[in-house]
Write a protein that binds this ligand. Structure first.
Ligand SMILES: N[C@@H](CCC(=O)N[C@@H](CS)C(=O)NCC(=O)O)C(=O)O
Length: 207
């Protein structure tokens, strides 16, 4: 299998965490190459018309995207602890967590494009503030929920928690000045413990 990948992408990161934890990383060839809405990676766009990574090219030529679809596919390929539980109640909690963190990552990536790619004279501050409002609201919900529930009631192989960790890592990577640990101490304590997982350490974002 080949994975269109970038070491800065939180979406690619969550896939690599699952791949490393399950030993599937040995079977995945990483394809690098930057992409952005204003500079399409044509090799990638030939496989995923949305021009986005991650995209997974299977042995038979089929291509899977987006990151949640790839995660769910890879989870069928190993016999270790599953990242998506079988029972509906647990599964939909995991999917909801993944969806919330994915949405927050979307907002953070869009902010990055707006503040880094877009020419300064065309920047729209209210739009960035609107994206960041989604991030702040998501952080507040996660902090409140983690106070009530035990995130470790399953083993750490959990697509929702993995995506939340990738989202927080991306937040620290791109906006280190945003002191979310002060406003979300429970989430911060969880992140500090989760961060020590070897697959999380092996996939820290880097330019
Ligand atoms: N919903 C997608 C989001 C992926 C995404 O936004 N990837 C970014 C890199 S972190 C990208 O490829 N952006 C290029 C573009 O928007 O054209 C997923 O879960 O995989």
């Amino acid at each position: 299998m080949q994975l269109f990948h970038s070491t800065t992408s939180p979406f690619a990161r969550k896939i690599m965490v699952l791949a490393i934890e399950s030993g599937l990383d040995q079977k995945i060839e990483l394809l690098g190459g930057a992409t952005s809405p204003v500079k399409r990676n044509e090799m990638l766009a030939a496989k995923n018309p949305l021009g986005k990574l991650p995209a997974l090219v299977l042995e038979d030529g089929r291509v899977l995207f987006d990151s949640s679809v790839i995660m769910q596919y890879l989870d069928t390929l190993h016999n270790g602890a599953k990242f998506y539980p079988e029972t509906a109640a647990e599964r939909f909690q995991v999917l909801r967590d993944e969806s919330l963190a994915d949405g927050m990552m979307d907002a953070l990536v869009l902010c990055r494009y707006e503040t880094f790619l877009r020419p300064a004279e065309k920047r729209w501050d209210e739009w960035v503030a609107g994206q960041m409002a989604k991030v702040h609201a998501g952080l507040a919900v996660l902090d409140a929920e983690f106070a009530r529930r035990k995130p470790f009631n399953r083993n750490g192989n959990d697509a929702g928690l993995t995506t939340i960790a990738a989202m927080l890592g991306y937040l620290d990577f791109r906006q280190p000045e945003l002191d979310w640990r002060r406003t979300c101490p429970i989430l911060a304590a969880w992140e500090q413990a989760f961060r020590h997982r070897p697959a999380i350490q092996a996939t820290l974002p880097r330019d």
